[in-house]
Ligand binder design. Structure first.
Ligand code: ATP
Ligand code: FE2
Length: 333
């Protein structure tokens, strides 16, 4: 079986094809980049509408397949920005109806866990999911995926991008912050706000902007930003592992590309005698392959949708539905 997966929760349009052995046959994406400022939902949706056909064609070419070779259509049903979600869902419906193929609606956050389980040895991990819009600690417990901790305000990547904008870095700022942080020497005081299993970043943004206004060195600021925020998310991830007795930690989202984050989380995992896994970069960021693969798991669990059930859910909850295909307590493969 081959599934076409369409991702469109935010500013990335991703289209991937995965087979039922978990092999990624193609994975293409294009990101809407605003000229100035943040992402405008309507413009992101227009970008996805404009680019859908060329990206679909490139994906099929990469897999050396035709539309008639597909068996299943999967799309990101939520959570995300309404206009982007609706645009990509409309394309998914059109493909399903015109090709006569079953359709499944995938939770974007769960897809980040599932692609990690497919391409790394992780079997029953705690996912530390750090992207622009999302900062969540997710794991499977009693039949479904649950959010154990999350940001109370903005996503970690969004914080990095906002501080980066203050410093004049291009969007997305994460890679440049990582580069400049290597030259940092002094740990500047930034608020460390962990509240139970949750974290908050907006106070750090204000403090970082104030430090910059007082001429703090850019290197020290980037270094301090990474040390403080990565320690915060590592702490909540560790607490989740301890509470649930999980032996694997999986990284996902664009911030997972960061080497310092990997080193910090890796050290925590080692100290607990557990293991850390990180998918390749193209599968850490938003992508269509993760939607396609989760679509196959859901289809096999009998979770196809009728067309009337394919409306998008901007606030789709991670624990809204059972994920019966996961075996809790499974050892790394
Ligand atoms: P989502 O819709 O899931 O919130 P997203 O649209 O933000 O995802 P991703 O590609 O998963 O997209 O993540 C992008 C974020 O990752 C940006 O905020 C970017 O700054 C950050 N990022 C990318 N590379 C690095 C890096 N090396 N270090 C830190 N952050 C990084
Ligand atoms: Fe994402």
């Amino acid at each position: 079986m081959r599934c076409l997966g369409l991702e469109g929760t935010a500013h990335t349009l991703g289209i991937g094809i995965v087979d039922d052995g978990g092999r990624v046959l193609a994975n293409r994406g294009e990101m809407y980049r605003p000229d100035v400022g943040g992402i405008h939902p309507r413009e992101a949706a227009n970008h996805h509408a404009d680019r859908l056909r060329p990206v679909l064609r490139a994906t099929l070419r990469e897999a050396d397949l035709q539309l008639r070779d597909l068996d299943l259509i999967a799309f990101s049903q939520g959570p995300g920005l309404g206009p982007s979600l609706r645009t990509v869902a409309t394309a998914a419906r059109a493909l399903s109806l015109s090709l006569g193929l079953p359709i499944v609606g995938v939770n974007h956050c769960i897809a980040h866990v599932e692609i990690g389980r497919a391409v790394t040895p992780a079997r029953d991990p705690v996912l530390l999911y750090l992207s622009g819009g999302n900062t969540q600690v997710i794991s499977h417990a009693r039949g479904r995926y649950r959010v154990l901790g999350e940001t109370l305000d903005i996503g970690l990547g969004n914080l990095l991008d906002k501080v980066g904008r203050t410093l004049g870095f291009p969007f997305p700022a994460g890679p440049e912050i990582e580069r400049r942080a290597r030259g940092g020497k002094e740990l500047l005081p930034l608020p460390y706000s962990v509240k139970g299993m949750d974290v908050a970043f907006s106070g750090i943004l204000t403090a970082a902007q104030a430090l910059r206004a007082k001429d703090a060195s850019v290197e020290d600021l980037c270094f301090s930003l990474q040390e403080t925020t990565f320690a915060m998310v590592t702490e909540v991830a560790e607490r989740a592992m301890a509470h649930l007795g999980k032996k694997e930690i999986l990284l996902g989202g664009g911030v997972a590309c960061n080497e310092r984050l990997r080193t910090m989380v890796g050290a925590m995992a080692k100290a607990r005698e557990t293991r850390m896994f990180v998918p390749p970069k193209t599968l850490c960021v938003d992508n269509g392959a993760m939607i396609a693969w989760t679509g196959i798991l859901m289809h096999n669990a009998g979770l196809d949708l009728a067309i009337e059930e394919t409306e998008v859910h901007q606030n789709m909850r991670t624990d809204a539905a059972e994920a019966p295909w996961v075996t809790e307590g499974a050892e790394p493969g």
